[in-house]
Design a protein around this ligand. Structure first.
Ligand code: GRF
Length: 192
């Protein structure tokens, strides 16, 4: 059975590209769509370069009942991967793709999760709190943002010399290693 993944991203999209490269040449898994809510997102340039179909949908368009589900169905999507996606996933999408929407959060949830805590804000908050470790959390999503069944956490140290940029670098290294592997594991085990 062919698994078609849509990656939803609002920013630079380095995770999206990393996931694409991991599955490149895989006959059973394809990155079939890149979807963003941000017409300026770097991920669109990556999609062009990598020749992945891309689509921009504003938050307002996404709120239209059934709109996002029908875009996903149009592209025969059976898995959704969030990679730095900053818009809320509508409830009908969460229900239609139950246990098929994965998210990565750049902290050790439940610490430093929730409203306003995304991207560099997370790293700034971790440093301001004087934490000695941080990391990533990969989880399924439910209708509440950073909630849902946790699949993996991976850790890195935080030193007093760290800046939001250096911490983001450590976090990205963990993300690039673990996210594609957890996605692969979930895809294969769900469809066995
Ligand atoms: C990642 O750190 C992700 O965990 C967070 O936003 C960042 C996105 O980075 N939610 P990129 O766009 O994949 O480079």
């Amino acid at each position: 059975m062919k698994r078609n993944i849509a990656i939803l991203a609002s920013g630079n999209g380095s995770n999206a590209e990393n996931i694409f490269r991991y599955f490149e040449g895989n006959e059973d898994v394809a990155i079939a769509l890149i979807l963003t809510n941000n017409p300026q997102a770097g991920v669109l340039e990556r999609a062009r370069r990598l020749q992945i179909p891309a689509r921009v949908m504003t938050r307002t368009e996404m709120k239209e009942p059934g709109a996002l589900v029908s875009v996903l169905q149009e592209h025969h999507i059976n898995w959704v991967v969030l990679a730095g996606f900053l818009a809320l996933i509508p409830g009908d999408v969460v229900r239609s793709y139950h246990r098929r929407i994965l998210n990565i959060h750049p902290s050790l949830l439940p610490k430093f999760g929730g409203k306003g805590l995304y991207g560099d804000h997370v790293h700034e908050a971790v440093l301001a709190a004087g934490e000695t470790e941080s990391g990533i959390t990969i989880h399924y999503i439910d209708e509440d943002y950073d909630r849902g069944e946790r699949l993996l956490q991976a850790f890195c140290t935080v030193s007093p010399e760290d800046t939001p940029e250096s911490l983001a670098g450590k976090i990205h290294r963990l993300e690039y290693y673990y996210y594609p592997r957890v996605i692969e594991r979930e895809l294969l085990s769900a469809d066995e």
